[in-house]
Design a protein around this ligand. Structure first.
Ligand SMILES: *Cc1c(COP(=O)(O)O)cnc(C)c1O
Length: 413
């Protein structure tokens, strides 16, 4: 793809079959938003929908809203909508808790489904919360389970009789490198292990086929590509054939077979509902429902095709127009190995990202030297990529990264 000027990028936008989708989101004027891999924007009308829920449903119906408005079913209803986006069947996905908490439940369930196999296998580059949660679980199990962490190329060799669950994040949050989910799932199964995939950086960004690929367990984030809002609840997938045997240790009342029978002893609900713990956050779920419904109406193959094109363009423009400043591509140059983001390394990365934000181009920085740019195809335009790279050029030419206000570290990067 050769895009010589801004008009060339505008021409690509005119031919883009997803171009109209951008209008479905609330994005501030004058901002190029390349951080939807960390926090997606609101779907247009979410504020009004939440206001109506508070006033009309909660305000008018009070506690009867749980049944009159079907609030109690929201975790499974939104779960079914997510199932469609990730290639799962109705009844295989529930929305609840955070990704971290869901990892805990799913890991514990996976261990219990493979008795006699005490090992959880993961990789060094996994998202920290995934490793921390596994560490906490094995600590709790005091000697009855262990976490084995290896580098990605060593995963296959590290599989053995002892491994109960292989837990990996599909798309690396730093580099955007994507595991071959289908192949690794098959390799883990051949060794007798289950797989638990964290889809935080892929659900809503590309077509997935969890059932076709035989995935056992998965979790993912509601506030990134699913646009559910800050701290939106997360999702948990468990393959239908595993559900009857699956046990998870956060056995709260809403995962009980009959929560309102108030029985003294826990009995798990029949299906995916056993992965619930406590009362669902209805306002957050209602916001997430809108994000999910919008994405459910979009062809994920088109989303992926465009995000690949945006990534290729970004890489090409940085190489062509910012070559003299030594940005090192940290993401795979081959699109089939890359998720929906592009990352570069630069020693002044922190200041550069701050200076870009001051120019209205929002990406983010990850220690020690990574500049990350998320390319959420439903609302990022080709011209945004052009403008972002021109802003980067401006920041470097003017040494804007070196200003004291851009060097000062903030709490959330
Ligand atoms: C964002 C992200 C999470 C977030 O976990 P929370 O519990 O929702 O804070 C987990 N895993 C991965 C891979 C992520 O990218």
């Amino acid at each position: 793809m050769i895009v010589p000027d801004r008009a060339g990028a505008e021409a690509l936008d005119r031919e883009d079959p997803l171009a109209d989708l951008r209008g479905e989101f609330d994005l501030p004027d004058g901002v190029v938003y390349l951080d939807g891999n960390s926090l997606g924007p609101p779907v247009h009308g979410t504020g009004e929908a939440l206001r109506a829920l508070v006033h009309d449903q909660w305000g008018n119906n009070l506690i009867t809203g749980w049944t009159t408005h079907g609030w109690m079913d929201l975790p499974s209803r939104v779960g079914d909508d997510i199932a469609e986006i990730i290639g799962a069947a109705p009844g295989e996905v529930v929305v609840t808790d955070s990704t971290s908490v869901n990892l805990f439940k799913a890991l514990a369930a996976g261990l219990a489904l493979r008795p006699g196999r005490p090992v959880i296998l993961s990789e060094e580059g996994n998202f920290p919360t995934d490793l921390y949660v596994a560490q906490g679980l094995t600590e709790l199990l005091a000697g009855r389970a262990a976490l084995r962490v290896v580098s990605a190329p060593d995963l296959e060799a590290a599989l053995g009789d002892g491994v109960a669950v292989v837990t990996l994040t599909h798309v690396d949050f730093r580099t955007g490198r994507m595991h071959d989910l289908d192949t690794l799932t098959g390799i883990a199964h051949a060794a007798g292990a289950l797989v638990l995939w964290d889809l935080s950086h892929s659900a809503g960004a590309m077509p997935l086929a969890l059932d076709e690929w035989g995935v056992d367990l998965a979790v993912g984030c509601g506030y990134k590509y699913l646009n559910g809002g800050p701290g939106a609840p997360a999702f948990l997938f468990a393959a239908a054939h595993l559900q009857a045997e699956a046990r998870q240790p956060l056995s709260g009342w809403l995962g009980h077979a009959a929560p309102f029978a108030f029985e003294p002893v826990y009995r798990p609900a029949a299906g995916i509902g056993r992965f619930l713990c406590g009362t669902p956050p209805i306002l957050s779920l209602a916001a997430l429902a809108r994000g999910v419904r919008l994405l459910g109406s979009v062809d994920m193959t088109e989303v992926r095709r465009k995000s690949v094109a945006l990534g290729d363009l970004f890489i090409e423009l940085v190489a062509g127009r910012c070559g003299e400043w030594g940005f090192e591509l940290a993401s795979p140059s081959r699109a089939e190995q890359r998720g929906s983001q592009v990352s570069f390394r630069h020693a002044e990365g922190y200041g550069i990202v701050q200076a870009l934000i001051a120019r209205g181009v929002i990406g983010d920085f990850r220690v020690p030297d990574l500049l990350r740019f998320g390319l959420a195809a439903p609302y990022v335009r080709y011209v945004d990529v052009w403008d972002a790279v021109e802003a980067l050029r401006g920041v470097m030419e003017g040494r804007e990264w070196d200003r004291p206000e851009h060097r000062r570290r903030k709490a959330v990067t």
